[in-house]
Design a protein around this ligand. Sequence first.
Ligand code: NAD
Ligand code: ZN
Length: 244
Amino acid sequence: MSATEQQRQDLQQLIDDAGRIAVLTGAGMSTESGIPDFRSVDGLWSRDLSLADVVSIDYFRRAPAAFWQAFREIFRIKLVGDYQPNDGHRFLAALEQAGKEVTILTQNIDGLHGRAGNRRVLEMHGTLLSASCPDCETPHTLDYVQQHEVPPCRRCGAVLKPDVVLYGEAVPLIDVAFQAALNADLLLVMGSSLEVSPVNLIPLEAARAGIPCALINYTPTRFDSLFDLCIQAGIGETCRGLHA
Ligand code: NAD
Ligand code: ZN
């Protein structure tokens, strides 16, 4: 489904009227760059454990080797360097270049917003592009991670943990993210099922505070009624119909 002409105009108006825009993005933001979202991966690769069981701090602690094997597969670590920003990412970078104060609150760990050129990006769920030692905190690059099946800390030998917020871990940037949303003139949500907590409470709080909220997502979410505008369409094609 595509956005109607009316929806496109309404979204353009909301954007034109806003000086400060907070954009909450999810995995749907990057599917057009070739990175599958969780909805398409869940259930496909394991019958015994859910994705949330595997990408969890408990599993990492219990079975680090199995964790790394699954983590590599789920996030296609080998391909990470090949992915490129798409028209959706580029539109958000263009908004910043056009003089808007844009803060991206992303659940994505692929680094594509930064590569598209946005400077204010809160990676709420961390990044795939590095890993750290859980014991001595020594940081390691993705290059190093890619050279080892179960990457050991260079300094102390402990198994590294990806710099990704795993299920069961706190989201360290969550307060800053709420602040950014509550300081904005517009909250735009793109490509998220809004199923992951506490991030999915950001639009709830923003709507309660009277901040206009718009959503671009293929499928309905259980928070759709909060939004002033819900566009059920592709992010790329919708953004190509807008100007910064
Ligand atoms: P999700 O997979 O739960 O939901 C993605 C949503 O995007 C779906 O509702 C889908 O209908 C929609 N969508 C997919 N492609 C779209 C497109 N081109 N245009 C419009 N809508 C589109 O994603 P989530 O809400 O971000 O939650 C999943 C969790 O998984 C997050 O915590 C995130 O950290 C992690 N994750 C990240 C990546 C990444 O970094 N690219 C990829 C997979 C999962
Ligand atoms: Zn160490």
